[in-house]
Design a binder for this molecule. Sequence first.
Ligand code: 16G
Length: 262
Amino acid sequence: MSETYETFFSDRPVTLPQGGPLYLQLKRWVEEAIKSGALNPGDALPSERDLALKVDVSRVTVRKAVSHLVQEGVLVQRHGSGTFVAPATQRVEQSLSQLTSFTEDMARRGMAVRAEWLDRGLYIPSPEETVILGLSSGEKVARISRLRLTGDMPLAIERASLSGSILPEPAAIGDSLYKHLDLSGNRPVRAIQRIRAAHLNDDDAHLLQVPVGSAGLNIERTSYLSSGRVIEFTRSIYRGDMYDFVAELRLGEAPANGAIKS
Ligand code: 16G
């Protein structure tokens, strides 16, 4: 049993790791307790008052250390019940070279996936949707917005737009959009994906159960049929603390002027 563990839960005096402002010393102490296994995912932290007394710092210092640890996703706060060590998370590694669906990606990892519907229906398209999806005049757009989860852990929010003539019944897609498109011979064969860093706004952070302002990945995917027609335009927000997008790079053939060909 490490010394940190004993001091965390015993009455023995605590010596914080030295150096830097007090709140950072306290923060490092808590991080060390988690790293050494003294505190485990789901464990409750002592109350702000008890912790301040134990390490002999002010409550303001405790609050600052805790708030930084919450921002970094090390601790989670639940209203009315206290502060806990965040559940252990396994980052998801996703290849950028395969055109796969969320359901397929997760199934390959043996992870059960589910969706909570945020919206699905036929709408009058925005000018952007009309242009990107190449909609004809009067054609509706099918919008499906889902929170994607594994168990109780939210991973991503996906807001997809498709032509209303391709998806006349958005409610009928079941668990997987790509499976549904496959059945009607409309599964995309190619896609362009753009990934951008983003701070999560209130609504998205709430849905993904992370602090407002946490890092997220904003992903836009435009998918095409073999005919070249755009089948899907999806804006997704993935949790930055859960995903690694991985691309394999190969040395291009160097042209005569020395520039690398893509
Ligand atoms: C992926 C796609 C999304 C697509 C969805 C279909 C990214 C960033 N996005 O999540 O564009 O709509 O798969 O998944 O990869 P489904 O077949 O499980 O509904």
